[in-house]
Design a protein around this ligand. Structure first.
Ligand code: F6R
Length: 612
């Protein structure tokens, strides 16, 4: 959470910083701010509660001249979202400004000590402690900015990506990271820094991903220097970005979420490309680690949110196809559960952003205990992609809408391919299953295109449900996680309470909720449990509930009982959650739009959860 941007060069930095903040707004939009050093060595800091556009309005009549600056968009952790708690934070003597993404866990102890030494604090944030500490060390030890930053970071417990500027060294930005991402862009006559590469791509495709405990010294007109925890120079590994500006724009759609729902035709093509070959699966990450996959006694999947739902489907896929026992854990629970992990276990970490703090912590724990860790990530070069031993990218392109859509279908598709690849290695998958499933995987983009034709009907249907307060989602087998995911999509963007349940569990409690005011969405493709789910639908109808059923084309039985049916094309059961997710995403989207909600930036949420 929180996004940081920095610029040092010859151009005016304000427009570059603002554009960068807009790109990072998915990481938090409680407040935004900039700090700019101008040619007269004046440090101007402007901050405002709310979104980046509020900051832009606020700065309209301000002096924003300057070629060195840092900026921040905030997802509040310490202190409410207001102007004072907004970043950048300034030191007591007004020389330093700092932006921060992460949390300083020992900030209270440090704050107390600094107050005893006469520091005065303006905000309630943990970040202000860091900038005051750096100034205190710099003045007390009469040392340079880099020495003060290094010493301050040694005293800090927690996670951070920071950027600091100092009126006394107006040609320098110091940046550092521990557990929060930071990318440095190397231009011809300028250097950029940001929480991810999206603010940088307009200016350069050459980037350096900072590693944990590294500090970057970015000086105007000089090559980048990076030092590691031992204060030794680090090797600077310049990577070339494979990202285009058009991927970061709405492309004529009213919202990123709708664009990303429609993009799934193309993103699944990208996800599958080169991986299905002659009715078999080729995943380099699996082939290169074939011994680990052949000998694994157990697989543990760790993830959060939507990625955890994909993990639940992955469990079924891997167990059915590769016959390896699989457990699925919330990363946030797993990391504190003293789990039994052995070197014979494989831990699969699933994450769109590749930056989720809990998933990263689960990975380090698994590695400490000797497990082989495999990543299923979207963001290339992200912290999780780099922390894992090997992995498979889902390759669905930047996902900007806060509600995950195309990443979910990409994750499930990769997990299906992973299950088949492991099954091939272990000899557990029959030729018939391999041929049927790989052919269906290749058909997915076309089938998604067909399913998207439901959009107009769903838009009409959504009008009926705009003012409903609660929803129930039911599914069985492979589609129980679809029910969880459908409910999550609705609640996060429309603020309507929604619960996902295994359909058969309904009678053990939730059935008490059913009345004419509670609509139930049932995901009911023609699978082995079809007859059973028909009974569940009858149970809802018998109690006056209305039912929206997602069914396969030609399902006359459910059509005759449900209030509304949305027909999706048939695929093998194990791939049905991919197709079923399309109407679920569209239903949530249209209801939220009708309610006037900001679907791309729902309240209280952020796309990348880099704090606990
Ligand atoms: C929901 C959503 C979140 C994320 C979760 C994990 O639409 O996007 O629940 O799935 O925060 O994020 P990643 O996948 O980036 O680790």
């Amino acid at each position: 959470m929180c996004g940081i941007v920095g610029y040092i060069g010859n151009a005016q930095c304000f427009p570059i910083l603002i554009k960068g903040l807009h790109r990072l707004e998915y990481r938090g939009y409680d407040s935004a701010g900039v700090a700019i050093l101008n040619d007269n060595n004046q440090l101007n800091i402007y901050k405002s509660r709310g979104k980046v556009e509020d900051l832009e309005h606020f700065c309209e009549s301000k002096d924003v001249e300057g070629t060195i600056g840092i900026a921040h968009t905030r997802w509040a952790t310490h202190g409410e979202p207001n102007d004072v708690n907004a970043h950048p934070h300034c030191s007591s003597h007004g020389d330093l400004a700092l932006v921060h993404n992460g949390t300083i866990e020992n900030y209270n102890v440090l704050k107390k000590a600094l107050i005893e030494h006469g520091c005065e604090f303006k905000s309630e944030t943990d970040t202000e402690v860091l900038v005051q500490l750096i100034e205190y060390i710099k003045e007390n030890n009469k040392c340079t900015l880099i020495e003060a930053v290094t010493e301050a970071l040694e005293q800090v417990v927690g996670a951070y990506a920071i950027a600091v500027i100092d009126r006394n060294t107006p040609d320098t930005i110091i940046a550092a990271r521990k557990s929060s991402p930071l990318v440095i862009g190397i231009g011809d006559d300028a250097t950029y820094l940001a929480s991810d590469a999206t603010p940088i791509i307009d200016y350069t495709d050459k980037v350096v991903y900072l590693n944990d405990d590294e500090i970057a010294i970015i000086k105007k007109g000089e090559p980048l220097q990076v030092i590691n925890a031992d204060k030794e120079p680090s090797n600077i590994d310049i990577k070339t970005l494979k990202l285009s500006v058009s991927q970061l724009e709405k492309g004529g759609y009213p919202h990123f979420m709708l664009k990303e729902i429609y993009e799934q035709v193309m993103t699944l093509e990208d996800c599958i490309r080169g991986r299905v070959y002659n009715n078999s699966i080729v995943l380099s990450g699996v082939n290169e680690n074939s011994e680990a996959f052949k000998s694994a006694h157990r697989i543990i999947i760790v993830a959060c949110g939507t990625s955890w739902h994909a993990g639940l489907i992955g469990k079924r896929l891997i167990q059915d196809i590769a016959r390896v026992p699989v457990e699925v854990e919330y990363a946030s629970e797993f990391r504190y559960s003293n789990p039994v992990i052995t070197p014979n276990d494989i831990v699969i970490a699933i994450s769109q952003s590749g930056e989720t703090a809990d998933t990263l912590a689960a990975i380090s724990l698994a590695k400490e205990k000797g497990a082989f860790v495999y990543g299923v990530c979207n963001v290339v070069g992200s912290s999780i992609a780099r922390a894992t031993d090997s992995g498979t990218y889902i390759h669905v392109g930047p996902e900007i809408g806060v509600a995950s859509t195309k990443a979910f279908t990409g994750q499930v598709t990769v997990l299906a391919m992973l299950a088949l690849a492991i099954g091939q290695l272990r000899g557990t998958v029959s030729t018939d299953t391999l041929v049927r499933t790989t052919s269906a995987i290749e058909m997915l983009p076309a089938l998604i295109k067909e399913t998207l034709k439901l959009d107009k009907d769903i838009e009409k249907l959504s009008r009926t449900y705009t003012y409903v307060h609660n929803f129930l989602y039911l599914g069985r087998g492979y589609n129980f996680p679809s029910a969880l995911e459908g409910a999550l999509k609705l609640k996060e963007i429309s603020y309507i309470h929604a619960e996902g349940y295994p359909a058969a569990e309904m009678k053990h409690g939730p059935i008490a909720l059913i009345d004419h005011e509670l609509p139930t969405v049932v995901i009911a493709p023609m699978d082995d449990l079809h007859d059973k789910i028909i009974s569940n639908i009858r149970q809802v109808k018998a109690r006056g509930g209305s039912v929206i059923a997602i069914v396969n084309k030609g399902d006359k039985t459910i059509k005759s009982i449900a209030d509304f049916t949305l027909e999706i094309p048939a695929v093998p059961e194990c791939l049905s959650p991919i197709i079923a997710s399309i109407p679920l995403q569209l239903l949530a989207y249209h209801i939220a739009v009708k309610k006037g909600c900001n679907v791309d930036m729902p309240r209280n949420l952020a796309k990348s959860v880099t704090v606990e």
